[in-house]
Structure formats: structure tokens, C-alpha cells
Design a protein around this ligand. Structure first.
Ligand code: PLP
Length: 362
């Protein structure tokens, strides 16, 4: 199966582990001992309740999620969380701190402003989001309802190496493109959210991990489906959940545990990224767009000497079985997204392709 597939560098939806796809395929028509597809059974059935419970249990094991956090499986993508976070956590008369490090942070700000007061506590836009701000550049408000930041900037190829220090103000993070790509101390966060389609599973399911005390902030007047405490009280089953997405996320969690957990996955991701950055830095033909101390291990952005060569690079790499390397238009150039399930052999193939391309065109 693997030999007929290109190496998939897509930013998202993105590559999934082959054993996960194969298990889903094997059991698609008939789940073992059930005889029906996971796509067909009631979400209120014992079988699906078991799948949901096991997915949550494995996710808690993988992420070492403390007992005082709820795990929610929602819909609407990370983009709906841009609204749900302020609707639930930003009370009347309060303000929230937002650290802006890319296009996704900007979209989060846009929705929060519809709800209440937003303080831009940091912003690297005037450097085209090429780096993560330092702690001493942040203007944090000790009375803020929360601090929102984006752990990994999918478009610009930057990633926080450590969480910003926010004292007692709850930290809220959009972790869509690096969730469970390295060890994470959930206890440092008030709320974490991630669209699943980069590191966790297919699109259509959104993971939310929320500290229980914050559920008290959700106003009763909120629309039911936008209320975290309703989803928590109903175990993500207030309405029909994204059953297939949860099932597949469960398989990905099992796979990740089997790979050795987050320490092993983080070490492998680091190794993959270092190989690629080493090639980018080797001669100066390629230029990384992110500052050295802010480089992402998930989305690796680089440019070539001119746009004509970039077009040729996209065309020839695609033909060589390296799919999805064209960068986002806000940065230009190339972007190699190498999430958890992206194989090390694919990084090696890209490095080899880059060397040969430089030899021919450098
Ligand atoms: C992909 C992405 C999103 C958007 O996710 P949707 O699930 O499509 O809404 C938001 N934030 C980050 C950091 C992303 O990478």
C-alpha cells in the first residue's frame, strides 16, 4: 500500500498513519463482533459509547491529562473555537489578552472582538510573523479573563518552544497544528483546542480540553450548542457527535501510544525537522523564512532564489512523488508539513530531492 502513495506534505487535512487507515478499512463494513459499520450505528449504542470512552481514555493516557480537565469532542473546527472561547470565557466588562503570531491568531482576534474587549498582548506582524515574541515583549494584563495564543503557526512555520508565562491568568491555546507532537503539560493550560485534521485524525472533529473550574463561566443564556458546560455535562453527546472522526481519532491515539508516546514522538519529530533545516541551511541556496529560535518542527517554510525556481521546484517535486510542498500565499515559497504520521523516509526523500535540485539549478 505505502509504495503506491506519494509522500504527503499537506498542511491539513494531512497524512494519517498507515496502520490506522488499514484498520479503518478492514473494519469499515463490519466492526468486529458488531457486524455493522461504525458509520451506521447509533451514537447511543453500547458499541459507540465504548468507542468514545476508549478514545477519551487513550487520549488521557497519551497526553497525561489531569483528572480535573474535561475532554470534549466537538464540531465546527478550530474556527468555531475562535467564537466559543470568548463566548464562554470572556465575561461582561472583562478583557482578554491575545498574542498574535499569524493568520490563525488574527482570525481568533476577529471573533473575540465581536464578544468583548481584546488587548493585543504581542504581535509580530510587522516582521511578517517570522518569529515568536519574547516574554519581555508581551504586554499582559494581570486582570485579563484569559491569554490566547497559537502554539504552532501553520502558515508561517513558527512554533512556541515554551508557553508564555501568564501567572494566574488562564492560558488558552489553539494547538491545531502541533497537538500531541511533543510532550505537553496540560496543567499549564486553562483550555486547549485543536481541529483534528493535522495531528489527531480526520477533519470534522475538534478536540477541546478544558479545566473544570472554567466551565462555571459559561452563561446559561448562551446558545446550547455553543456552551462548553452543556457539552461537558453530556459527555460530548448533547447531539450526534462526529462518530467516525472520534473512532478514527481513537485509532490514532492507540497508534501514538504504541509508538512510545509523546516523548518518543517528540524526539522523532525533532530529528525529522533538524534533518530538513540542516539541508535548508547547508549552502544558502534555500532560505528558511522563520527566525532560527522560532522554527516549527511541524511546518517547515523555505524559499528559493526566485519565484521561477519555486514554480519549477513545486512541479518537479510533485512529479517525484513529494506532494503538497507549495507554500501558503502569505509566505510564498515552500512549506513541508511533517506531522506525527509523516514518515522519516519522506524527509530523507525531500532532502535528497533538494540536493539534486540545487545541483541542477544552483
Ligand atoms: C488549520 C488551523 C486552523 C483551522 O482549523 P479548522 O478546523 O479548519 O477550523 C486553526 N488554527 C490553526 C493553528 C490551524 O493550523
Amino acid at each position: 500500500m505505502a509504495t503506491s502513495r506519494p509522500f504527503n506534505f499537506s498542511a491539513g487535512p494531512a497524512v494519517l498513519p498507515i496502520p490506522v487507515l488499514e484498520e479503518a478499512q478492514r473494519d469499515l463494513v463490519s466492526l468486529p463482533n458488531v457486524g455493522m459499520s461504525v458509520l451506521e450505528i447509533s451514537h447511543r449504542s453500547k458499541t459507540f459509547e465504548g468507542i468514545l470512552a476508549q478514545t477519551e481514555a487513550d487520549l488521557r493516557t497519551l497526553g497525561n491529562v489531569p483528572a480535573n480537565y474535561k475532554v470534549l469532542f466537538l464540531q465546527g473546527g478550530a474556527s468555531l473555537q475562535f467564537s466559543m472561547v470568548p463566548l464562554n470565557l470572556l465575561g461582561a466588562g472583562q478583557s482578554a489578552d491575545y498574542i498574535v503570531t499569524g493568520g490563525w491568531s488574527q482570525k481568533a482576534v476577529k471573533e473575540a472582538k465581536r464578544v468583548g474587549t481584546v488587548n493585543i498582548a504581542g504581535n509580530t506582524e510587522n516582521e511578517n510573523f517570522g518569529r515568536i515574541p519574547r516574554q519581555d515583549e508581551l504586554t499582559l494584563d494581570a486582570n485579563a479573563a484569559y491569554v490566547h495564543f497559537t502554539t504552532n503557526n501553520t502558515l508561517f512555520g513558527t512554533q512556541w518552544k515554551a508557553e508564555p508565562a501568564t501567572a494566574n491568568v488562564p492560558l488558552v491555546a489553539d494547538t491545531s497544528s502541533d497537538m500531541f507532537s511533543r510532550p505537553i503539560d496540560i496543567a499549564k493550560y486553562g483550555l486547549i483546542y485543536a481541529g483534528a485534521q493535522k495531528n489527531l485524525g480526520p477533519s470534522g472533529v475538534t478536540l477541546v480540553i478544558i479545566r473544570e473550574d472554567l466551565l462555571a463561566r459559561s452563561a446559561k443564556s448562551l446558545h446550547t450548542m455553543l456552551n462548553y458546560s452543556v457539552h461537558a455535562e453530556n459527555g460530548s453527546m448533547y447531539n450526534t457527535p462526529p462518530c467516525f472522526g472520534i473512532y478514527l481519532m481513537g485509532l490514532v491515539m492507540k497508534w501514538a501510544i504504541g509508538e512510545g508516546g509523546l516523548a518518543a514522538i517528540g524526539a522523532r519529530n525533532q530529528r525529522k525537522a533538524e534533518k530538513l533545516y540542516a539541508e535548508i541551511d547547508r549552502t544558502g541556496f534555500y532560505k528558511g523564512t522563520a527566525a532560527a529560535d522560532s522554527r516549527s518542527a511541524m511546518n517547515i517554510t523555505f524559499r528559493l532564489p526566485n519565484e521561477d525556481l519555486e514554480k519549477t521546484f513545486v512541479k518537479e517535486s510533485t512529479a517525484a512523488g513529494l506532494d503538497g510542498l507549495k507554500g501558503h500565499r502569505s509566505v510564498g515559497g515552500m512549506r513541508a508539513s511533517i506531522y506525527n504520521a509523516f514518515p522519516e523516509a519522506g524527509v530523507e526523500a525531500l532532502v535528497e530531492f533538494m540536493r539534486e535540485f540545487e545541483r541542477k539549478n544552483g
